[in-house]
Design a protein around this ligand. Structure first.
Ligand SMILES: Nc1ncnc2c1ncn2[C@@H]1O[C@H](COP(=O)(O)OP(=O)(O)OP(=O)(O)O)[C@@H](O)[C@H]1O
Length: 306
């Protein structure tokens, strides 16, 4: 179990990237969903001991992470948002090198580990090729392999599927699901489907605060009977936006379809629509923006795009 208590981080320029974040994260895949700039990467870096938060506490099993970062590092696998340099050395050589850095010095056990990991992430056939020539999906799978050296019990994966095509994303997510069977895995993303597909528990982070947390099923149940839809003409949109809590507009076969949050049918032309995680996410963003006094233009102009 990973426990995060009242975690706050203020950057030197005054940006409050995390504002009292508290979460209890059990083993399995945990989704941390939030828009750009919500504070996800800041939280991931604090958990990965790469950044010291301004205040708060992090515990993983019996480890006080802020007091004993070295103890956590021995149990941690981290796939950063930007893996950075993609060297011209082969996947095998690079993984072998990283394994040495992680303390796997004895040649025999190291070879076994490297070979097993390359097989697990399905890169065995291309092990002799340079990482520089890998596709985005292959690089991310290599990223998971390097994160799994030393069999960590906590895995932190920051926006891993951004930029992957659907087939690569699917392959990557299958790998992540396998990894999540035995570890605490935190998946940070702004892609709702990744959380819907993979995670048994989740939280939504907006402006440095947790605004929603629970199982996807429970969060979806909370919207039952409250989401309504109808096709509209584009010139109706400004008026509807003022009148209703518009959480999304979609394009369906060239027509604009809106989703509105309301306890009852806003008018007879609306039909009820069963909510999914996308509606939960966009309703949460809408409520948060309203509370913050920001423009409440729908959070998504095309839910179907993700
Ligand atoms: N080094 C820094 N100095 C000052 N402000 C920063 C720094 N790094 C991030 N921020 C700010 O902190 C806030 C949270 O950023 P963070 O990168 O953690 O968000 P994010 O949810 O990961 O966003 P994205 O999905 O765009 O990566 C943003 O307002 C960002 O501009």
């Amino acid at each position: 179990m990973l426990s995060i208590a009242s975690l706050t981080h203020v950057y030197p320029n005054g940006t409050r990237a995390l504002d009292g974040v508290s979460l209890e994260i059990p083993p399995g895949l945990y989704g941390l969903l939030g828009p750009n700039g919500a504070g996800k990467s800041t939280l991931m870096r604090c958990l990965a001991t790469l950044q010291v938060p301004t205040s708060g506490a992090i515990r993983f099993a019996d480890i006080d992470v802020l007091a004993e970062p070295q103890r956590l590092r021995a149990k941690l696998g981290y796939l950063p948002q930007d893996f950075g340099v993609y060297p011209r050395v082969s996947a095998y050589e690079m993984l072998d090198h990283l394994a040495v850095l992680k303390g796997l010095v004895a040649a025999g056990p190291r070879r076994e580990t490297v070979e097993a990991l390359l097989n697990q992430v399905n890169l065995w056939d291309v092990r002799k090729k340079a990482i520089a020539g890998f596709s985005g999906g292959m690089r991310q799978r290599f990223g998971i392999a390097q994160a799994m050296i030393g069999n960590p019990t906590l895995m932190i994966v920051d926006e891993p599927t951004a930029g992957l095509d659907p087939e690569e994303r699917n392959r990557f997510n299958n790998l992540l699901a396998e990894v999540g069977e035995t570890k605490v895995v935190i998946l940070s993303t702004h892609i709702v489907e990744d959380v819907a597909d993979l995670c048994s528990r989740m939280a939504i982070l907006v402006d440095g605060r947790i605004v929603s947390a629970g199982t996807p099923g429970a969060l979806i149940d909370g919207l039952k009977g409250k989401v309504w839809t109808r096709a509209v003409e584009p010139d109706e949109l400004p008026g509807l936006r003022k009148q209703f809590a518009l959480i999304a507009t979609r394009l369906r076969g060239g027509r604009t379809v809106i989703h509105v949050l309301s306890d009852a049918a806003p008018d007879p032309r609306f039909e009820p629509v069963s909510a999914g995680l996308a509606e939960v996410y966009f309703a949460t963003l809408h409520a948060r923006r309203k509370a913050g006094g920001q423009s409440t233009n729908e959070a998504s102009r095309d839910v179907a795009a993700h």
